[in-house]
Design a protein around this ligand. Structure first.
Ligand code: HEM
Length: 568
């Protein structure tokens, strides 16, 4: 174990890269935060953010992700798990959950040959004896892309991204079948496009971006933008009360459709406050905001905030990754990347997302089906919420263990006031009940569009482990431009890119933060994606249409091949 020089003792011991790799190979949950090496095995079952979020950070410098998602108290708590520290710059491994392979270190045994290190920066003790090839930058669910991604990410650290050399890559790629070559070409094009648009993955460039991002965070803190403006929530509360009041009034008058419309508008607005609470963006206290989230989502909306958080936390860490981000995994109805045609394995759902006959049909017409399907999105959310609560998929230990039971009480409460009190008792006949149910649920449709809008049109390409957190967030997320008076309608979701950079900033400060982020983007040369609501929708429909056309081409190729095979 003691291969590399070690200095210091106990928690201050400097661990070499090889030692850290070996610990991960032994199954340890090792992450790096602020140069500290944390071993989180014992903490995993207690973690309020779930285990998947942490597992995506194994072998990586998670400083920016951890700072973005945790309160100062939680960050202090992490020190208890420190087993050592690193010196110098850390080159990220691919975490085991994403397919990374790790070598154990066996004293006296012959080591695998030292890999070629493709890093421009001077190497330091914790990164010098790197084992990158044993943690290849590969995607197990898509073997033909393995080579592609590995070569891509290593090449990019050396060259001008606008000058690409894909011909050399093709020479060395395995000879793919007709299906794979087409899909691989699409993946290559996407990566190449991103590399030409965004700053190079050179460690010096990415380090500078990280440095400026951290300075920006300090500035945001100093300007008080992490402080919640409670007066804004007073206005929210008044709006919610008005909408619910109008729902009750029209219900009493027997105007069922109108009443249902106000109920739908009430739920549409509530989602935004549930989102704030889920991110601890209201009081910043985990328990208080969690209870607020449960009241809003479960008691008033019938949806599980725990289910939403479990999804959403992972989405914030592996944004727009087809294999890992549950927010873009919608087969058989939608595919925003041709990569889904390969029946990828979802690490979140732990199952293969089969590109079956249903998917083949729906994806071809997904641009037409986008709005109709989203109109019924809320029904699906009930199913997902109940599955989460009944199967107990949330934290079973630690500070969040009791949330499940409060959520179940919330579900009973919701179906009592809504299902029994409103639908059954207040509405006299079956037809009006049906109309009320459908209208109230369909009116919430814009929120499903708003949720998907910020990511569906953005890149799903994986640029590898060298890309910094801020660049990745800005490359995979877009904002929606709207006048300030319309902010209430978008509920903060129009500032998704800003929110992804700083998830704990209260919603009502995001417009002000946007100005600082625009400055930051200009300074570091990262394009800031901002579209009007209509243009954003056009982008999404355009992307869905494009992937749909690829699906049609693929189906045609497969048909031709089958016919060719039958003739010969
Ligand atoms: C030993 C390491 C860790 C400790 C002690 C820890 C502790 C905590 C605590 C106490 C919370 C509650 C919220 C708060 O007070 O901020 C929390 C939430 C969270 N943590 Fe961690 N955490 C650790 C590592 C990580 C890592 C590596 C990630 C992934 C980047 C992560 C992602 C999250 C997320 C997404 C939440 C939000 C949970 C929610 O509100 O649903 N944590 N963590």
């Amino acid at each position: 174990m003691d291969k590399a020089a070690v200095s210091g003792t106990g928690r201050n011991a400097v661990l070499s890269r090889r030692q850290i790799e070996s610990l991960i190979a032994e199954g340890r949950t090792i992450i790096i935060v602020d140069q500290k090496v944390l071993k989180c095995d014992a903490w995993l079952p207690y973690h309020p953010g779930g285990d998947i979020a942490i597992r995506h950070m194994i072998g990586r410098d998670a400083t920016d992700e951890v700072n973005a998602l945790h309160s100062p108290e939680a960050r202090r708590q992490m020190n208890a798990y420190q087993i050592g520290r690193i010196e110098g710059r850390w080159e990220n491994f691919v975490p085991p959950i994403q397919g990374g392979k790790f070598r154990k270190y066996v004293e006296g045994a012959e080591e695998e040959p030292e890999p070629e290190q493709e890093c421009d920066n001077e190497q330091t003790s914790s990164s010098r004896d790197s084992s990158i090839p044993s943690s290849p930058l590969f995607e197990p669910a898509d073997q033909n892309n393995t080579r592609l991604r590995h070569r891509q990410s290593s090449k990019t650290s050396h060259r001008d991204p606008s000058v690409s050399s894909w011909s050399s890559l093709e020479e060395e790629s395995p000879k793919p079948g007709p299906k794979m070559s087409h899909l691989d070409m699409r993946t290559q094009e996407q990566i190449e496009l991103d590399l030409s648009k965004y700053p190079p993955l050179d460690p010096a460039v990415q380090d500078e971006i990280i440095h400026k991002y951290r300075l920006l965070n300090e500035r945001i803190k100093k300007e008080g933008l992490y402080q919640c403006r409670y007066s804004s929530y007073f206005i929210e509360l008044s709006r919610y009360s008005l909408l619910f009041g109008l729902c009750l009034l029209f219900l009493r008058w027997g105007w069922y459709a109108t009443s249902a419309m106000f109920l739908g508008m009430f739920w549409h607005q509530l989602v935004f406050s549930a989102h704030d609470a889920g991110h601890m963006g209201i009081t910043h206290d985990f328990q208080i905001d969690s209870v607020l989230g449960i009241i809003i989502a479960d008691f008033l909306g019938g949806l599980s905030i725990g289910w939403w958080k479990r999804n959403h936390n992972v989405h914030h860490i592996v944004t727009n990754s087809p294999e890992h981000d549950p927010d873009i995994e919608h087969l058989p109805f939608f595919a925003i990347s041709h990569r889904f045609f390969n029946s990828l394995r979802s690490t979140f759902y732990e199952r293969t997302m089969t590109y079956d006959a249903f998917a083949k049909f729906f994806i071809r017409y997904q641009d037409f089906l986008y709005y109709p399907i989203l109109t019924f999105g809320r029904f699906n959310l009930y199913a997902l919420s109940w599955e989460y609560l009944l199967r107990g998929l949330g934290p079973r230990k630690g500070i969040a263990r009791w949330h499940r039971w409060l959520e179940i009480a919330g579900q009973v409460f919701f179906w009592t006031w809504f299902g029994y009190g409103m639908l059954y008792k207040s509405i006299p006949d079956g037809w009006n009940r049906f109309v009320f149910l459908m209208i109230s649920h369909m009116v919430t449709m814009p929120v499903h569009v708003q949720i998907t809008l910020s990511h569906f049109a953005m890149s799903t390409a994986d640029l590898g482990e060298r890309e910094s957190f801020p660049q990745k967030m800005l490359r995979t997320t877009m904002d929606v431009d709207c006048p300030e008076w319309l902010d209430f309608f978008h509920g903060g979701l129009q500032f998704q890119a800003i929110h992804h950079l700083f998830p704990r900033i209260p919603r009502h400060n995001l417009r002000q933060t946007q100005k600082l982020v625009v400055e930051f983007c200009e300074e570091v040369g990262i394009p800031y994606a901002l579209y009007g609501f209509t243009d954003g929708n056009k982008q999404v429909i355009g992307r869905l249409g494009e992937v749909g056309r690829q699906a049609a081409i693929l189906a045609e190729c497969q048909r031709s091949l089958a016919a060719f095979g039958a003739e010969h």
